[in-house]
Ligand binder design. Structure first.
Ligand code: PBG
Length: 332
């Protein structure tokens, strides 16, 4: 679409920027509290419910704290929480068995939130890293990240989460074939209504560093995740991954990280027109907060500017650690 642009002075684009009222009327994209998914860290390790040092303002929650966070989300109008467990190193094994234990911290928190604050949609993380002795998202044998054997584990993990009452399953593992396997298992087990938000285009990124501290995976991780997560130099491949995951039964797709990958969001939204999300990951939060702490950036302004960027790029919603702060500002 080519805009009709008569020559100056008939066209003065500054006219529509003259006042807040005119700027409001001309605004193309908006951020609503309804666009936010709030990722929270949960733990039942004694004494671990503290602030994450590289993520000021972000805490690891106990089960009770997680229910309180859900109540806060409900009060603020945030539609969904996403749970990430910090686990006891003693629970981490090569076989990752704890990942599909109905009594693991994630499954207990899902049940507690769905009992106490049922209107909040609970999203999960499906990947083996919180329970893996070597910190990888998949099973490891002789230094190789196994695909098909990992998918079998992911299916067990997803089914346990669905059984606990999860509304949105979030496979973040980047194994091939996991969406089809999960969808088939969900249908077979009577969980037709459980949605899948696939981390379809997830890059092997250095911006996940603070998250790995938050979930206690940094020390455990041997090597990197480049054989399963995407090469930051690729763009067309993201479209193939999204097409593949949609064909296998994903309801929604995600691009991750967020700010350095908004070009991918735009391509995905334009190509598929499906519910599209991005994750403003831990490192993005950490770098903004570090500058804020130094007095170099204005917290509220950079938070809102970064979030409207996601909407402008085509996101239907954003996973962000800023969710409660942004929600408070939006409802002020
Ligand atoms: C693990 C997972 C990661 C994140 C979400 N799920 C880290 C990783 O892939 O190593 C990162 C989120 C963030 O950095 O905020 N499957």
């Amino acid at each position: 679409m080519q805009p009709i642009l008569p020559p100056f002075p008939a066209t003065r684009l500054r006219r529509m920027r003259r006042s807040p009222a005119l700027r409001d009327l001309a605004q193309e994209h908006r951020l609503s509290v309804k666009d936010l998914i709030w990722p929270i860290f949960i733990t039942d390790v004694a004494g671990a419910d503290v602030e994450v040092s590289s993520m000021p303002g972000v805490f690891r929650h106990t089960l009770e704290g997680a229910v309180k966070a859900a109540e806060e989300a409900a009060k603020l109008g945030i539609p969904a929480l996403c749970l990430f467990p910090f686990t006891d190193p003693a629970e981490k094994t090569e076989g990752c068995e704890m990942a599909w234990n109905p009594e693991n911290i994630s499954n207990r928190v899902i049940r507690a939130i769905k009992r106490e604050v049922p209107e909040i949609a609970v999203m999960t993380d499906i990947a083996l890293d919180p329970y893996n002795a070597n910190g990888h998202d998949g099973l490891v044998r002789d230094g190789e990240i196994l695909n098909d054997e990992t998918v079998e584990c992911l299916v067990k993990m997803g089914l346990a989460q669905a059984e606990a009452g999860a509304d949105i399953l979030g496979p973040s593992d980047m194994m091939d074939g996991r969406i089809a396997a999960l969808r088939e298992a969900l249908e077979g087990a009577g969980h037709q209504g459980v949605t899948i938000l696939s981390y379809a285009a997830k890059y092997a990124s250095a911006f996940y560093g603070p998250f790995r501290d938050a979930v206690g995976a940094s020390g455990a991780l041997k090597g990197d995740k480049k054989t399963y997560q995407m090469n930051p130099g690729n763009s067309d491949e993201a479209l193939r991954l999204v097409a593949r995951d949609l064909a296998e039964g994903a309801d929604m797709v995600m691009v991750k990280p967020g700010m350095p990958y908004l070009d991918i969001v735009r391509r995905v939204k334009d190509a598929f027109g499906v519910p599209t999300y991005a994750y403003q990951v831990s490192g993005e939060y950490a770098m903004l907060m570090a500058a804020v702490k130094n007095g170099w950036l204005d917290h509220d302004k950079v938070m809102m500017e970064s979030l409207i960027g996601f909407r402008r790029a085509g996101c239907d919603g954003v996973l962000t650690y800023f969710a409660p702060a942004a929600a408070k500002l939006l409802s002020a």
